[in-house]
Design a protein around this ligand. Structure first.
Ligand SMILES: Cc1cc2nc3c(=O)[nH]c(=O)nc-3n(C[C@H](O)[C@H](O)[C@H](O)COP(=O)(O)OP(=O)(O)OC[C@H]3O[C@@H](n4cnc5c(N)ncnc54)[C@H](O)[C@@H]3O)c2cc1C
Length: 344
């Protein structure tokens, strides 16, 4: 049985397919398409909305074995989607480089593919923009089994970030590194499969994150503070957090709708023993969602614990959801990939 970090009701898939190489992945997706077989993609299950938890009739695609690293020269590497962002950052640092953006927390959490599926935010966003600015191209297998290299010029590129795997299975990614210090960096050695560092046991964190413009920041902060103050029993509260995301080339439409800098503001804590069934937290989450919609704000729904099955337009607005729907049909005509927040 497979659940996720948020304890989504565990599901048993029809079968598990462990991805090894691109040709095999492409064949398997084609085979599923030929048999109208729904697919669920999963890596480390560090998500909390059930998108990595398989339903009964689905084939589970497990990406944890896709761990290659290839040096392309001049600070560029191609990496398997199943590498943890953090461990990849640790690896390249040995040779004088760093990832412009990695997950926070100083330990292994999301995979490269999972980080892209969520969007990808960390402290480095202040200087380099979101993780979407770290990636220069990716190889994705769409719902018909076609393997496509998608670069920044391809209109699909921006939509893959935040799409929660609904447009295709990301197999590998080309990443632009930056020097970690003033010292001259060296070539990063290739690895057919980078050895895995032991997985970290994280506390049972919960968070709610708003994406807002600079002139909405104070309002949004006050709202988040009030929400957390009024719901003390839902978690062991931690200090609020704030990231500044510099706008560079683009923002993924599923993350933020304007071509500007924005702030990610959040409140968080660890699940409270008194709220084991999450009823308090889920009531707070529903209140949060209602205000986000009323104010026309965005939230990082891709990374949060959500149990309601809401239509996408309630997170991203009617126009963005409709545009995404057209892209979804083009990439996954039979709608087999990662049914969006479907019930167990
Ligand atoms: C402790 C913790 C710390 C975190 N820190 C951060 C942070 O600092 N910044 C941040 O932005 N987010 C953070 N997150 C959120 C996290 O990045 C996302 O939940 C991410 O999707 C998890 O990656 P994963 O590899 O575990 O994916 P999974 O949980 O396995 O899957 C999540 C989604 O990604 C899809 N997916 C996974 N791999 C692929 C692939 N190769 N191709 C296509 N779709 C795929 C799945 O289908 C699913 O929809 C954190 C989460 C946790 C639990």
């Amino acid at each position: 049985m497979f659940s996720d970090f948020g304890g989504f009701p565990a599901g048993q898939p029809r079968s598990v397919y462990r991805v090894d190489d691109l040709a095999g992945l492409s064949r398997k997706v084609s085979d599923c398409a030929a048999h109208q077989q729904p697919i669920r993609t999963r890596c480390f299950a560090h998500s909390m909305n059930g998108m990595a938890a398989p339903r009964r009739d689905e084939v589970l695609f497990d990406l944890t074995g896709v761990r290659h690293v290839t040096w392309n020269g001049r600070g560029s590497i191609t990496v398997g989607a199943g590498l943890a962002v953090w461990e990849l950052d640790q690896y390249v640092r040995r040779f004088g480089w760093k990832l412009p953006v990695a997950n926070d927390g100083g330990a292994s959490a999301s995979s490269v593919g999972g980080f892209i599926a969520a969007g990808g935010i960390g402290k480095g966003c202040m200087f380099y923009g979101g993780f979407w600015e770290t990636v220069t191209s990716l190889v994705i297998v769409t719902g018909d089994g076609e393997a496509r290299r998608v670069d920044r010029k391809d209109p699909l590129f921006a939509w893959v970030f935040g799409a929660l795997g609904a447009l295709g299975v990301v197999y590998e990614v080309v990443i632009r590194l930056v020097p970690a210090s003033a010292a001259r960096p060296r070539a990063v050695p290739d690895a057919a499969s980078l050895p895995e560092v032991p997985r970290t046991r994280w506390p049972p964190h919960l968070w709610l994150t708003l994406f807002v413009a600079e002139d909405q920041r104070n309002d949004a902060m006050a709202f988040l503070g009030g929400l957390a103050d009024n719901n003390p029993g839902v978690w062991r509260r931690r200090s609020a957090y704030e990231y500044f995301l510099q706008f560079r080339r683009f923002n993924p439409p599923l993350i933020y709708g304007s071509s500007t800098d924005f702030f990610a503001l959040g409140v968080w804590g660890d699940r409270a023993k008194e709220d084991q069934d999450l009823s308090g937290y889920l009531a707070m989450e529903a209140e949060f969602q209602a205000v986000v919609e009323a104010r026309g704000w965005r939230r990082y729904y891709q990374s949060e614990l959500i149990r309601d099955r809401r239509p996408l337009e309630r997170y991203v607005g009617v126009d963005c959801a409709a545009a995404f729907g057209r892209i979804k049909v083009a990439c996954d005509p039979a709608g087999l990939l990662n049914a969006f927040m479907a019930p167990a």
